[in-house]
Design a protein around this ligand. Structure first.
Ligand SMILES: *[C@@H]1O[C@H](CO)[C@@H](O)[C@H](O)[C@H]1NC(C)=O
Ligand SMILES: *[C@@H]1O[C@H](CO)[C@@H](O)[C@H](O)[C@H]1NC(C)=O
Ligand SMILES: *[C@@H]1O[C@H](CO)[C@@H](O)[C@H](O)[C@H]1NC(C)=O
Ligand SMILES: *[C@@H]1O[C@H](CO)[C@@H](O)[C@H](O)[C@H]1NC(C)=O
Length: 219
């Protein structure tokens, strides 16, 4: 929820004020959580959101003139794991998403796989198959126990509201392996308005989505 929203409700009635004040404090603490993030020189972002699961944050700057967003996705992960962030133009689901997957090899060299999740059972994970226009190549770094993925994406349809997805999972013999099946890994989707920062997540996925997501990222 946007802070703007809270302000409006505060005006609505004194009876709600105590409750809302408590909510606002919680909101600010969260807000600080993502806004205190540090980035290397030359990287800065106008907005951020603390994502509801997997300890992840999203930072972005939206450019209305050319409908692009510069995005930084940061999520904690061990060095032998991967994280991913992406956009789905069809549904609030993993399958059908165009995602950036960051991982590293044994020497600590971080790379990004830019791939379209074509199949929920065994996505091909072929590089450079995004169904998104990406005017600048993505980049990623691993530092302080977290990956950060940097990407510039053209928001499909010049629509500021997009289905966003994110994920984290292990590597197996250097390959991207299936993510865990915890509730958090099955709830990592959110509709985000890159203009207002408004967002909504679906909460518990339907059993259908469960089934689809179970097989996501099987290596
Ligand atoms: C989009 O606009 C921003 C802000 O003017 C600019 O920095 C960026 O290079 C533009 N991106 C593309 C792909 O033209
Ligand atoms: C995207 O939409 C905005 C707002 O309607 C408009 O100002 C802008 O020109 C559009 N950009 C592109 C690249 O179509
Ligand atoms: C995907 O291709 C790009 C070049 O287009 C390359 O920089 C990147 O390292 C590749 N990713 C992987 C995981 O190999
Ligand atoms: C943000 O969401 C609230 C409702 O939660 C809505 O009233 C407001 O208009 C939205 N703002 C924008 C810019 O979409």
């Amino acid at each position: 929820m946007a802070p703007r929203n809270h302000s409006a409700r505060l005006l609505a009635g004194a009876a709600l004020m105590l409750l809302l004040a408590a909510t606002t404090v919680a909101q600010q603490a969260q807000q600080q959580d993502c806004s205190s993030a540090k980035f290397p020189a030359g990287r800065s972002f106008q907005r951020c959101a603390t994502l509801p699961v997997l300890g992840a944050n999203l930072h972005w700057t939206y450019h209305p003139t050319n409908a692009t967003a510069d995005v930084a996705f940061r999520a904690p992960q061990s060095a032998d794991g991967w994280v991913a962030w992406g956009i789905n133009t069809n549904a609030l689901a993993m399958v059908g998403s165009s995602v950036f997957i960051a991982s590293q090899d044994g020497s600590g060299a971080v790379s990004v796989l830019a791939t379209y999740l074509d199949n929920s059972i065994a996505p091909s994970l072929a590089n450079n198959t995004l169904r998104l226009s990406v005017p600048v190549g993505p980049a990623a770094e691993y530092s302080g126990g977290a990956y950060t993925i940097y990407a510039r994406v053209e928001l499909p349809g010049n629509n500021t509201v997009q289905n966003t997805v994110w994920q984290a999972g292990p590597l197996s013999g250097g390959d991207i392996a299936m993510h865990p099946l915890s509730a958090s890994n099955l709830q990592s989707t959110m509709r985000l308005d890159f203009l207002s920062g408004n967002s909504s997540s679906t909460g518990a996925p339907s059993s259908n989505m469960h089934r689809r997501n179970l097989r996501e990222f099987r290596g």
